[in-house]
Design a protein around this ligand. Structure first.
Ligand code: SAM
Length: 377
């Protein structure tokens, strides 16, 4: 049984990872959440009506425990924001127990406490810190919390550069806190994100917000997928699932002029990047852009083709469970002649997984590292 009862200085809460999956083994919080919440308890008492901003709260742990302060929460993840709302409801806390914002939005005003769970990439941390400059005041207490393995020297350097001097806590259960004090002399760089590259052998410009998969250059798996995308008038409604910067849907559209594209990703920055890139490439072509968890918003029998380079991470945990959910949902939304095209590392064994949901699974192409599969209904 997964542990769901979280006990911290602020109280006892029932926390789940949403969407709830059978055989879920991981808890919704980690030792860094516990450390941060316990560390904050005394500090919060010293500030009258503290304004709190939380960034990258994975499943809403920090928001739920600190609900009494009506914190603002920023996340790039649709799943994280949905989980936060679900966990507030599950603990019978009011909906406005936290103000939820996407990574492309900012709250007004300055904050007494800014609490950041260390993100997966330094690029996203850099972008986050640049965006929140106007939220800092001289006595803001900014704390970055993470498992020691997720706090490399580059995280410290980025915080020192964009906020000010840092001090470490001791490590507890392999978690650490980095305390930063805003330096009034800090020299803030212009935000380098989104970054843009020209897609090889084309005139297309591909812009990438900071938290987008392979934001600096074309991923080698994606490159292989682009070389083998199908071309046929029969594909009318086409989903680029886990679209990242949208390059897969964009190249498919270039070769299939009658298709209507739907870009879906759980990262708000990915969806915004895909929209930027597709609208620049095809100003007159209609497409949809949705931040969501896989295909949960689509109707059954509504899609002709799903193109997917599945993720192997959810936040910092690794696994194929999201890919499995995507395959299962693809089966539901595809029409009777519909197809799911998937690229993956050979060792992931997607062929066997796809066969659980689709009667026919064919090999389209493979090289030493990757395999492209076509699953038909
Ligand atoms: N399609 C892009 C490409 O090939 O360059 C990106 C592929 S990347 C391996 C996987 C993408 O899936 C990421 O952009 C990630 O944000 C997205 N993703 C992860 N979990 C998701 C979910 N539950 N629903 C939708 N997208 C998800």
């Amino acid at each position: 049984m997964t542990e769901t009862n979280m006990q911290v200085a602020q109280g006892q809460f029932n926390m789940q990872r949403f969407p709830i999956e059978k055989n879920q083994k991981l808890r919704a919080w980690d030792a860094a959440d516990e450390y941060l919440l316990n560390d904050l308890a005394a500090k919060l008492k010293r500030v009258e009506n503290p304004r709190i901003l939380i960034i990258n709260d994975n499943f809403g742990t920090l928001a739920v425990a600190l609900h009494a302060f009506s914190p603002y929460c920023i996340s790039d993840s649709f799943i994280s924001l949905t989980s936060t709302a679900e966990n507030l409801a599950q603990n019978k806390l009011p909906e406005n127990g936290a103000q939820l914002l996407t990574s492309l939005q900012q709250p007004d005003g300055e904050f007494d406490f800014i609490l950041i769970k260390a993100p997966k990439t330094v690029a996203y941390l850099e972008d986050t810190l640049i965006r929140l400059q106007a939220r800092l005041k001289p006595d803001t207490q900014l704390i970055v919390a993470g498992m020691v393995k997720n706090l490399p020297a580059s995280v410290w350097r980025t915080v020192e550069l964009l906020v000010g001097p840092t001090a470490p806590s001791r490590a507890v259960k392999k978690a650490r806190l980095i305390y930063a004090q805003p330096d009034s002399q800090r020299n803030i760089l212009a935000n380098p994100y989104p970054v843009t590259y020209q897609l090889e052998n084309t005139d297309y410009q591909i812009s990438n917000h900071a938290n987008v998969f392979s934001h600096k250059s074309l991923d080698i798996g994606t490159r292989f997928f682009l070389q083998h995308l199908p071309q046929d008038n029969k594909y009318r409604q086409v989903v680029d699932l886990g679209c990242g910067n949208g390059v897969v849907g964009l190249i498919f559209a270039a070769n299939n002029s009658g298709a209507q594209l739907h870009f879906i990703d759980e990262s708000y920055m990915a969806v915004a990047s895909a929209q930027l890139n597709f609208e620049r490439a095809f100003p007159a072509r209609k497409a949809s852009y949705t931040a969501s968890d896989a295909l949960r918003d689509l109707s059954p029998d509504s899609v002709d083709l799903v193109l997917c380079n599945p993720p192997f991470h959810q936040q910092t945990s690794i696994g194929c469970h999201i890919a499995m959910r995507m395959f299962q949902q693809a089966k539901n939304v595809l029409r009777s002649e519909g197809e799911l095209w998937v690229i993956g590392n050979r060792h992931l064994g997607y062929q066997t997984s796809l066969k659980k949901y689709f009667p026919t699974v064919e090999l389209v192409a493979s090289n030493v590292k990757f395999i492209i599969l076509k699953a038909s209904c």
